[in-house]
Design a protein around this ligand. Sequence first.
Ligand code: TRP
Length: 337
Amino acid sequence: MKMKTNMKQLLAVLMMLALTLGLLAGCGGEKTASEGGNETKPVKIGILQLMEHPSLNTIRESIIEGLTEAGYTEGDNLEVDYQNGQNDMTVMKTAAQKFVEGGCDVIIAIATPAAQAVLSETTDIPIVFAAVTDPIGAGLVDSLEVPGGNVTGTSDEVSAEMIMNLAEEITPGFQKIGALYSSGEDNSASVIANLKEYAAANDLEVIESAVTNSSEVQQAAQYLADKVDIVYSPIDNTVASAMAVATEVFNEQKIPFYVSADSMVQDGGLATYGIDYTVLGKETSAMVARILEGENPGEMPVVKMSDMSVYINQQTADAIGVTFPQSVLDKAQVLGE
Ligand code: TRP
């Protein structure tokens, strides 16, 4: 559903007010039942998620599940303060400050801008990021092997080149690639750079259409639709949250729309080669558990997901008249049936 900008701003202001007044449950502050007697205090975890879109929700749910499996159960020995960043830096900064003031034991940041917001508020509290495409490019760590400081996490690095190879298999012979992405997301920047290298090496043209928020996606898609042979979106949160409008435009013009995450295929993208975000969530929770047991995040290497699968959407293929070759069907997981 579309929300008017002023409505969104009003909500953001109300949210900030609520946070400032401490109306929402937080890390620390209020006493919990288990704090009396001899019982040990529950561990307090703050989760800042950039925004709500299917992939990030999957990651969060999988993290909570993983923590339970590691012996940390919400309402028992674990307190979770979940904050939705609403794809808004001001909202995220306020949430991060609240986590720090409230004395979280660990802060989990889901997606790149959320991790950047949290890191700029604390250099002490351990931060575990989840699904950061390019942790070095985003300025979160100096090295993947030894992150240093108070931060480590999981990365969902994607290769535009691998996805273009898949595109060559499904819709060979394209010359002009439309690149639809958000100019504000560092996670997209490095993938677009990779796309341009691929294009240059293969004599292909890249036509860019960048947005600053999800309400611009429809127009940006329309701009590309009559200029290009295929469209590609990197692992971009803003596009991921507006897949319905993007898909409508591209399906109508019968443009193959290649994306970078399973959820984006589920939501109407034609195909991708990507990771399993449930696994990434579990890996993230395992890192959190290790830190709760005393390990130093700065000495824990960033975990990159290596298991990748091909995901395709049969409905989208039918809508635009594309037939998947047997070689692709043989290795793909079919979504959207
Ligand atoms: N990798 C993204 C980032 O660094 C976050 C992300 C996870 C994502 N899953 C996704 C983005 C699916 C788009 C679609 O911020």
